[in-house]
Design a binder for this molecule. Structure first.
Ligand SMILES: C[S@@+](CC[C@H](N)C(=O)[O-])C[C@H]1O[C@@H](n2cnc3c(N)ncnc32)[C@H](O)[C@@H]1O
Length: 277
């Protein structure tokens, strides 16, 4: 395979494109990451060099190329019940608190859902909650999963996973209860779990007021890729989408502190969550 290289100027130009388009800030030394991920797209779009492809990004009418490039540059790492504590807090504390308001529906947003594991883990937690607390909440649970990457959203909507990805955080008991063996090495999320989840494409830099209000937002392991200004902007706009007293789950290394003062930290036995002030 031809070894493609990037000039300093091309790298800087690409960094700017990526940050403006989706907020992802590339460090000074990610040349290898950029060359390896972009090289895969050269043939598909008939470019002979990375330089030519990056130059083309400056033109306005290149939606397909731009989307494919953003898709290639996102890190979609995820797992089932990631970090465990958010799901324990949902199960042990928040579902009961929200159920007490006796609303017809509880709404949760998985704001960087990747291939769906986070949204489906929330739905499985809800089924477990309902089994343990029959009749406590008679309303619906709606889970909206959004991501910028069409590739991962396709996987999320299919809801079918191979054994390797299921091995990442899913117990044998949950696999048996919540998945249907497809007989081809794949397991599909049961309709009871999948029917609560809807997935759609959404760039967190763009407007999301159309999504409506939520009781809980999961925005986990995505703010780390963004600049301070973008973190502030996203956290501030998410606060507007939370119902009074609504909760925000961030990734283990993320916090609103220093970026947005609209949230207060709430410490539960299992871990920390942020509540709209
Ligand atoms: C590391 S994954 C985190 C997935 C999941 N929340 C978790 O914690 O396991 C980050 C996701 O953020 C998405 N992403 C990156 N930039 C985004 C943006 N500007 N708008 C929406 N999603 C974005 C990526 O496509 C990726 O699927």
């Amino acid at each position: 395979m031809t070894q493609h290289t990037l000039s300093k100027q091309d790298y800087e130009s690409f960094r700017k494109f990526l940050e403006d388009a989706c907020g992802i800030v590339l460090g000074e030394n990610k040349h290898y990451l950029v060359t390896s991920r972009l090289s895969r797209l050269l043939d598909e779009f008939n470019f002979s060099s990375l330089s030519g492809m990056i130059e083309k990004l400056k033109q306005v009418n290149n939606t397909e190329l731009k989307e494919k490039i953003i898709d290639a540059m996102t890190t979609n790492e995820t797992s089932w019940f990631r970090d465990k504590y958010p799901f324990e807090i949902l199960h042990d504390e928040l579902f009961t608190e929200i159920a007490a308001a006796k609303k017809p529906a509880m709404r949760i947003w998985s704001a960087a859902s990747s291939s769906g594991q986070e949204a489906y883990s929330i739905s499985m937690t809800f089924s477990e909650y309902q089994t343990k607390n029959p009749g406590k909440f008679s309303g619906r649970l709606e889970i909206i999963g959004t991501d910028i990457s069409p590739t991962v959203l396709k996987l999320a909507r299919e809801g079918k996973y191979d054994e390797l990805s299921l091995a990442r955080g899913l117990s044998a008991e949950r696999l048996k209860r919540f998945f249907i063996d497809q007989g081809d090495g794949g397991f599909k999320v049961r309709p009871e779990i999948a029917s609560r989840c809807k997935f759609s494409e959404l760039n967190l830099l763009k407007n999301y007021s159309i999504l409506g209000k939520f009781d809980i937002i999961f925005c986990r392991n995505v703010l780390i890729y963004f600049s301070a200004d973008i973190k502030t902007d996203i956290l501030t706009r998410m606060a507007k989408l939370l119902n009074p007293g609504g909760y925000l789950f961030l990734g283990g290394s993320e916090s609103p502190t220093g970026y947005c003062n609209l949230y207060e930290m709430v410490k539960f036995k299992a871990g920390v969550v942020y509540r709209l002030k």
